[in-house]
Design a protein around this ligand. Structure first.
Ligand SMILES: Nc1ncnc2c1ncn2[C@@H]1O[C@H](COP(=O)(O)OP(=O)(O)OP(=O)(O)O)[C@@H](O)[C@H]1O
Ligand SMILES: [Mg+2]
Length: 329
């Protein structure tokens, strides 16, 4: 098995609000290998975006923000890297695709120029060569008639085509790692499926490592190899997608899966998770999901750790540990 290209260990991002430091991301550990997709999944506010933004240097370095832990990309220390070096790495070795294409594109410039500008910045090639590479990237993401379309403005594209432009921009400098943050949420279902397929094709063709951020378990099932389920700033369960979905260990993962609509198979009642996820000011002392958990017991008031259960799987729930101890003892 190839070595991970990105290793994140005990990442913690705190934001100061009303004089209090709040752990928005609290001890997140994961790794990604080339050609592999890790899904970061969880409800709104669980810290998915902030964890990615911290790696990219967008969060954690400003006033009223701080970070700790380790993150190494190809052996280089991302968190200790200067803003300047990190700036060079962004959009080059590590690229990001965001949810809303319109905010990532400048409405007043033609898309070809916008893609070419990023290429010139990172590769130092001539204007003509940059435009040639931009059109090549648009071709790669299957934008029909790329040469002509390079001359269009962002508003002249449909939502799906705009997302393709962003993906073209992301892959234009041959990144090794692509972080996609809810890249399909704003699109309708059929276009969403096309974009997911495209991202999977790009990953396979270019051997990219990918972190895919979403709140949608169905999307995780479609595109990810491994999953890390986030709740209240922590990873509460992680493992191979197939195994985790077949046999979730943490009650929160169970509930997320139960609330996922299925296209095929038996009709069933969709479950929802009562209560709302806590904000960083109101995290519980022990298991953060305990206040919403039907399995909660006294032991859940103790601090949790991510317990390895073999096969690359780990989770924070003590339910089975207790049960195993009972059986053994
Ligand atoms: N700049 C900021 N200042 C203060 N709080 C912030 C800031 N950015 C994020 N937060 C808080 O950090 C927590 C995690 O936010 P984050 O954006 O990572 O969530 P998310 O899991 O990506 O959610 P969503 O699915 O809605 O995108 C939230 O409680 C959010 O309100
Ligand atoms: Mg987010």
């Amino acid at each position: 098995m190839t070595d991970p290209i990105l290793e994140v260990e005990d990442l913690r991002t705190e934001i100061q609000i009303d004089g209090r430091w709040l752990p928005v991301v609290d001890g997140v550990t994961y790794s990604v290998r080339p050609g592999e997709t890790l899904g970061l999944v969880g409800e709104s506010g669980s810290g998915k975006s902030v964890s990615a933004m911290t790696l990219m240097g967008f969060v954690g370095r400003r006033r009223g923000q701080r970070l700790s832990g380790h993150a190494s990309f190809r052996g280089q220390d991302l968190l200790g890297m200067s803003e300047r070096d990190l700036g060079k790495m962004r959009g080059n070795d590590i690229a990001m695709v965001f949810q809303e294409p319109m905010t990532s594109l400048d409405p007043s410039f033609k898309v070809g120029n916008q893609i070419a500008e990023g290429i010139r910045l990172h590769q130092g090639v001539s204007r003509d060569e940059a435009m040639r590479l931009a059109i090549e990237a648009m071709d790669k993401v299957r934008i029909p008639n790329a040469k002509v379309r390079a001359d269009s403005y962002p508003h002249e594209f449909s939502g799906g085509m705009r997302q393709r432009v962003l993906i073209a921009m992301a892959i234009a400098n041959n990144p090794a790692l692509l972080i996609a943050d809810e890249p399909t949420t704003a699109l309708d279902v059929s276009v969403q499926a096309q974009i997911l397929t495209l991202l999977a094709e790009m990953r396979d063709e270019l051997g990219l490592a990918m972190i895919f951020i979403t709140h949608n378990m169905g999307v995780v099932a479609d595109i990810c190899d491994r999953v890390a389920v986030m709740y209240a700033g922590q990873i509460i369960e992680t493992g191979e997608v197939r195994e985790t979905f077949a046999d979730p260990q943490h009650p929160y993962t169970e509930r997320l899966l139960a609330s996922m609509p299925r296209l095929r198979g038996e009709r069933r009642q969709l479950e929802w998770i009562p209560g709302t996820p806590p904000g960083p000011a109101g995290f519980a002392e022990g298991c953060r999901f305990a206040p919403r958990c039907t399995h909660a017991r006294d032991v859940c008031l103790e601090p949790t750790t991510l317990l390895e259960i073999g096969g690359g799987r780990a989770n924070r729930c003590t339910r089975d540990v207790e049960w195993k101890e009972e059986v053994a003892g």
